[in-house]
Design a protein around this ligand. Structure first.
Ligand SMILES: *[C@@H]1O[C@H](CO)[C@@H](O)[C@H](O)[C@H]1NC(C)=O
Ligand SMILES: *[C@@H]1O[C@H](CO)[C@@H](O)[C@H](O)[C@H]1NC(C)=O
Ligand SMILES: *[C@@H]1O[C@H](CO)[C@@H](O)[C@H](O)[C@H]1NC(C)=O
Ligand SMILES: *[C@@H]1O[C@H](CO)[C@@H](O)[C@H](O)[C@H]1NC(C)=O
Ligand SMILES: *[C@@H]1O[C@H](CO)[C@@H](O)[C@H](O)[C@H]1NC(C)=O
Length: 811
């Protein structure tokens, strides 16, 4: 992964050059506060002092930061702009013996990023009394000591500074000593005991005095120690340090037990008088936690964790004392050096983690502050973010960066970003740290719903039930929640002058389209309607699509016969010339069907005729032609009943009668009454014939069934075959004889009987020859055919040929 690098010091420099006049810290504020001030105390009003609108502080995310992310102690009241004390400040803890105790802050405002420096001077309050390191100061003096001899005393320590520090020492009134108070080279007071009246060992072996140190604060505070003096009578020398000042340099990562320095003092005396012991005569509280001195060897060692970031140098007073209590002092100055022990710190000063997807380029998303407590190269920070995101870090004032957008955002493509900010310092080895911010791209209604298809076609069968669903449309909108919630509706329009909403309706939520009424194909065959998909955003976005609704035909219209005119109206008789030859056109039936396609594809059939062999009708043309030459013997009046049937599922049909008169002369035409009479006569006979045929068919079927049952029971394996399989004669039942072509049998009837039993799923085909009704001649065939009317509703196909007649029937 590539990283975008920015070097802080360089960029800060460049920025200092280029952005100074634009966004520099416009005003530096300085305030003073006493230490130990109660919380909520108002130090000053930042808004007023900077000329900012206090009402806008919240909106601009105003905040107080420390430069090194140490404890803050103060805060800003965003409603008033007041700088208040957030936590009681203890100057001594913060600044120790430093004379100036300054806290530095930055006031950071976003949109646009603005940084102001605020320095807070913490003033000392006399809250610490002077203190002696040892409450009992012991030393010995010689009896022979001369008037005016000086003995240096331990310094008292006061954590307060300036006026509140040590101001004076005083000594309890006594006969022998007076006190001399002087300033040392650092301006600190120290006291010396001056012998005023010589001591007499015989009179006084020991002298006890009280030394008091007072500070200059109000109210004044004091501390005291007891000076215990032993009067000796032997001669003595004072120990002398080898150096006036011991200066050492110590790395802050020095481990416990490390030797800092070994001090030494030389005493000219022999024996106990020359034995020197070492101790700290003056040491600040924080230094006392870190260093110790070996009483005998003078070795100073590390006993605590040294931190350059807390204190960079220590000054410690040391004292060497011989056996008789004669002492001298020196100083140890320890300079701490920095080690790269602090990783850079990344502080998200302000974060706007819901960014609308339509944000303009360069929108400030976050303000980042990087800090490193180390110094020098160890605090040179480079800051970067990963490369494959539409954001970048813009260096801003000092160690501030703003994270801004560089490319347009699209929530529908990427809704979340995890931006990892990495800061690396310039130490060796470098230390780095990183922080991830989660950004959420918030939705804007920027996508209209999009239909799945360019247009929709729906088919609905006519005569549908009102309320049936026809089809459904669907549109997708990738926006979030209501911005992506799609509602469907129909665009108002008219179909044959009627509002489309009275034909169909759409479910607003699901897009399912319902028919509201029954359609009639014969009324209209298709219509178009616009469907709108609209989202629920504000403002809403929408798109529309065309729905083509096709009504499909159902065979709901019977054929209508136009010619000849329907029965009952007029009786029309066609004249047929006597000499008409075979194939000549006699008449034509004309019929129409309101349906379409197969449902209107008509076929014509003669269902009944006076002389069945005489006329035929074209299956689809409806043309009636003579089948053979008309002879004198043919009856003059010929009636045909024609059925016209369409090809729908199921088919619908109509019938008509055609009356033909074979004559060349109109005078020969008999009275029409006769024809109708004969017609009704023939109706009567046909009813009789139908009854007769029904009875005989029933009887025949019954016989066949009985035979079949018997046959099946007797013969095992049973004769169950596929239709294609021929039956060997040996398997035929004994009652049946196979008929061979010649002899008395001219023809045979073949019955194919299909029996379907409920317990079997397949059709059993049972083939046999039936010889009972064998016919002797073609004449009798005609007769039989006349008797057994073949023009029943269930179709018989009659095949006339020389070899005989075969009738196949489907039950
Ligand atoms: C800010 O100051 C107002 C007015 O003095 C006070 O009512 C409010 O409590 C303060 N807010 C905070 C957080 O201290
Ligand atoms: C202190 O830091 C320096 C530089 O980082 C290193 O070389 C040295 O080993 C460290 N010493 C200890 C005692 O860790
Ligand atoms: C972002 O970080 C969170 C948690 O660390 C994780 O669940 C999410 O999958 C991350 N998203 C991306 C886009 O990397
Ligand atoms: C929908 O988009 C609008 C702006 O077009 C936006 O203000 C709103 O927050 C969005 N709603 C949701 C639920 O994201
Ligand atoms: C349908 O969409 C087209 C373009 O897509 C637009 O011009 C037309 O106005 C829309 N019609 C309606 C009724 O919304």
């Amino acid at each position: 992964m590539g990283w975008r690098n920015l070097t802080l010091p360089l960029s800060s420099l460049l920025m200092a050059l280029f952005f100074c006049h634009l966004r520099a810290a416009r005003g530096d504020l300085s305030y003073t506060v006493l230490e130990e001030t109660r919380r909520q105390y108002v130090i000053g009003n930042i808004a007023k002092d900077l000329g900012l609108d206090a009402q806008r502080l919240s909106a601009r995310k105003a905040g107080i930061n420390t430069e090194d992310s140490s404890k803050r102690y103060t805060d800003i009241n965003l409603s008033t702009g007041d700088l208040i004390v957030a936590e009681t400040i203890d100057r001594e803890m913060l600044c120790g013996s430093r004379m100036r105790c300054m806290l530095n802050y930055e006031l950071v405002l976003a949109n646009p990023l603005e940084v102001h420096r605020i320095s807070l001077n913490v003033e000392d309050v006399n809250d610490n009394a002077p203190k002696f390191l040892n409450e009992r100061i012991t030393f010995e003096i010689l009896e022979s000591a001369l008037k005016g001899q000086r003995f240096r005393l331990d310094e008292a320590h006061d954590s307060d500074i300036g006026q509140n520090g040590i101001k004076d020492y005083s000594l309890q009134k006594n006969d022998n000593f007076v006190l001399s108070v002087n300033d040392n080279m650092n301006g600190r007071k120290y006291a010396e005991l001056v012998l005023d009246t010589e001591v007499d060992r015989e009179q006084q072996k020991e002298i006890n005095l009280i030394l008091t140190a007072i500070d200059g604060g109000t109210p004044q505070r004091s501390g005291s120690a007891i000076i215990h003096i032993t009067v000796l009578d032997a001669n003595d020398n004072v120990p002398v340090f080898t150096q006036e000042v011991y200066k050492v340099v110590l790395a802050e990562n020095a481990s416990l037990g490390t030797e800092v320095v070994t001090v030494s003092a030389v005493d000219a005396d022999e024996g106990a008088n020359g034995a020197v012991s070492y101790e700290f005569s003056r040491i600040a509280d924080n230094a006392a936690q870190l260093f110790m001195i070996d009483k005998l060897t003078g070795q100073i060692k590390v006993i605590g964790d040294i931190d350059y970031e807390l204190e960079t140098y220590y000054e410690i007073g040391i004292q060497a004392k011989d056996g008789s209590g004669l002492a001298s002092t020196s100083n140890v100055i320890i300079d701490i050096t920095d080690v790269n022990d602090n990783a850079p710190k990344i502080i998200i000063t302000s974060l706007n983690n819901h960014i609308p997807e339509n944000s303009v380029l360069g929108t400030e998303v976050a303000i980042i502050n990087v800090q490193d407590k180390d110094s020098g190269d160890n605090r040179q920070i480079r800051c970067s973010i990963q490369q494959n995101v539409p954001f970048k870090l813009n260096p801003s004032i000092k160690n501030y960066f703003s994270l801004v957008t560089t490319n347009p955002l699209d929530r529908e493509t990427e809704a979340y970003y995890n931006i990892t900010i990495t800061a690396t310092d310039g130490g060796y080895p470098p230390l780095s740290s990183s922080k991830t911010i989660h950004l959420i791209v918030s939705d804007v209604n920027d996508n209209p719903p999009v239909f799945g298809e360019q247009s929709y076609n729906a088919y609905v069968m006519e005569n549908n039930k009102p309320g049936t669903s026809i089809c459904s449309v669907s549109a997708r909108d990738p926006d979030w929640r209501q911005n992506g919630t799609v509602l469907y509706s129909l665009v108002p329009s008219d179909v044959i002058g009627v509002p489309v909403s009275s034909f169909i309706s759409i479910n607003a939520d699901t897009g399912v389209i319902h028919a509201l009424r029954s359609f009639d194909y014969e009324q209209f065959r298709n219509f178009k309607v616009q469907v709108v998909a609209r989202d629920n955003g504000s403002p809403p976005l929408s798109s529309n699509v065309t729905l083509n609704l096709f009504i499909t035909d159902e065979n709901d219209n019977s054929p209508q016969i136009l010619y000849p005119a329907p029965e009952g109206k007029t009786l029309m008789t066609e004249m047929v010339p006597k000499a008409s030859l075979s194939g000549s056109l006699v008449s034509k039936v004309i019929a129409v069907d309101a349906d379409s396609g197969q449902n209107a594809w008509l076929s014509y059939q003669i269902v009944k005729s006076t002389d069945p062999g005489l006329f035929t009708i074209g299956l689809h043309s409806g043309e009636i032609r003579a089948l053979r030459d008309i002879t004198e013997s043919d009856s003059m009046k010929q009636n045909l009943i024609i059925s016209v049937k369409d090809n729908g599922q199921p088919p619908l049909s109509a019938t008509c009668s055609v009356y033909l008169l074979i004559s060349d002369n109109l005078a020969e035409v008999p009275e029409l009454k006769d024809m109708t009479y004969e017609e009704s006569n023939s109706k009567l006979t046909s009813y009789l014939i139908i009854a007769l045929v029904s009875v005989s068919t029933f009887f025949l079927t019954f016989i066949i069934l009985i035979l079949a049952v018997r046959f099946c029971n007797r013969r095992k394996p049973r004769l169950l075959f596929d239709g294609a399989v021929a039956i060997p004669s040996a398997y035929l039942p004994p009652n049946y004889a196979e008929v061979e072509g010649a002899g008395t049998l001219h023809s045979s009837y073949n019955y194919d009987t299909y029996l379907t039993t409920g317990s079997h799923t397949s059709d059993f085909k049972f083939v046999t020859s039936y010889n009972e009704n064998t016919l002797p001649s073609t004449h009798s065939l005609n007769r039989i055919q006349n008797q057994t009317d073949p023009f029943e509703e269930n179709s018989f196909t009659v095949d006339l040929s020389d070899s005989g007649v075969s009738i196949s029937r489907c039950i």
